[in-house]
Design a protein around this ligand. Structure first.
Ligand code: NAD
Ligand code: TYD
Length: 349
């Protein structure tokens, strides 16, 4: 029987992966390992917490003794590694935290895999979840492919690039079976409101200013988190060992247009006058080292594994807004306490 360690399973994407795996693979033992940082929330696991195949371990991926204990206790056969510090703005304030979790944490997990799977590496898989931000930035044209050279600019993307390199180095050096996927920006339910979309939704609800960095013409390629998780399931089962897969929905938006679309959909849903929320848009100081444009070429995943996104952006965004409007308790819980302190430091200083 497979015993799959999913790290970061209490976060935004990780919890979606855990929820899907627990339900779609009742024959697998799912072990969600998470340190429950500010971004980890056990409320995200409520839909599956009582499932027979679901287990939770609170542990830090940089704690080798704790990781070894989890490998032994659960007889871990495979890893899907999502645990990370994930927010670019926080990485600008505190880069070492990103090196610690994203680089040292990843190598600590690889070391455990090397130790516990050594009898036959071919029977196990280490699947590393990464980001398109490792490729750097694009001009007006072109896409990131699996062959694009790494060129990270933020401490976040530099730490993820480093972790990707370590994963591939363990494949080349020790023969541990690995696969890596690099995905574009995700959005959807359970997204922590420090990132553009959930932060804007929360601020529109509360009639607060909508901070848009610089001229707002930065471009991101957005994918619904449920579609990212379905791609992860497919790559985990069918991906070629040693390969990299880019995941994206060919769905580019300039930030300003995206925030305006959010305002429009929310005015309709909240019964506000058309144009009301747009008045909240406030251009603020730009992010240092801000990457101009990300765009993923997902042709390899489309052609080789037959994966395509299941929802349009308008549908996904509408479903996301509906989720936040009907989960005000979740939103209030995550925005109480330290969130206010972070917000004050990031936006009011
Ligand atoms: P998130 O910040 O919402 O969640 C991260 C999770 O990791 C949290 O539950 C946190 O408690 C846990 N964690 C942090 N440090 C830990 C540690 N030292 N030990 C154990 N657990 C720890 O992040 P997310 O947006 O869900 O991203 C998940 C993964 O996907 C990350 O590896 C990220 O780089 C990658 N990714 C994210 C996006 C995106 O748009 N959010 C896009 C592509 C790839
Ligand atoms: P973000 O959600 O932080 O994701 P990433 O930096 O990983 O792409 O930001 C998405 C885009 O939105 C990015 O170009 C920065 C911009 N942005 C704002 O304009 N205002 C904000 O308050 C935030 C958080 C982001």
């Amino acid at each position: 029987m497979k015993s799959i360690l999913i790290t970061g399973g209490a976060g935004f994407i990780g919890s979606e992966v855990v929820r899907q795996f627990v339900v779609n693979h009742p024959d697998y033992k799912i072990v969600n390992l998470d340190a429950l940082t500010y971004a980890g929330n056990l409320e995200n696991l409520k839909p599956v917490e009582n499932a027979a195949n679901y287990n939770f371990e609170k542990a830090d991926i940089t704690d080798a003794a704790a990781i070894n204990a989890v490998f032994e206790k659960h007889g871990i056969t495979d890893v899907i590694h999502l645990a990370a510090e994930s927010h670019v703005d926080r990485s600008i304030t505190d880069p070492l935290a990103f090196v610690h979790t994203n680089v040292i944490g990843t190598v600590t997990l690889l070391e455990a895999a090397k130790k516990y799977w050594k009898e036959d590496y071919n029977k196990h898989l280490f699947y590393h979840i990464s980001t398109d931000e490792v490729y750097g930035t694009l001009g007006a044209e072109g896409f990131f492919t699996e062959e694009t050279s790494y060129d990270p600019h933020s401490p976040y993307s530099a730490s993820k690039a480093s972790s990707d390199h370590f994963v591939r180095a363990y494949y080349d050096t020790y023969g541990i079976q690995v696969v890596v996927s690099n995905c574009s920006n995700n959005y959807g339910p359970y997204h922590f409101p420090e990132k553009l979309i959930p932060l804007s939704i929360n601020n529109i609800i509360n009639h607060k200013p909508l901070p848009v960095y610089g001229d707002g013409k930065y471009t991101r390629d957005w994918l619904y988190v449920i579609d990212h998780a379905s791609a992860i399931d497919l790559i985990f089962h069918k991906g070629k060992v040693g390969d990299t897969y880019n995941i994206g929905g060919f769905n580019e938006w300039q930030n300003i247009d995206l925030v305006k679309l959010l305002c429009k959909q929310m005015d309709e849903k909240l019964g506000r006058e058309a144009g009301d929320s747009e008045k909240l848009i406030t251009f603020v100081k730009d992010r240092p080292g801000h990457d101009k444009r990300y765009a993923i070429d997902a042709t390899k995943l489309n052609k080789e594994l037959g994966w395509y996104p299941s929802v349009t952006f308008e549908e996904g965004l509408s479903a996301t807004i509906d989720w936040y409007l009907s989960n005000t308790e979740w939103l209030n819980n995550v925005t109480s306490g330290n969130y206010a302190k972070y917000y004050e430091q990031q936006y009011n200083h």
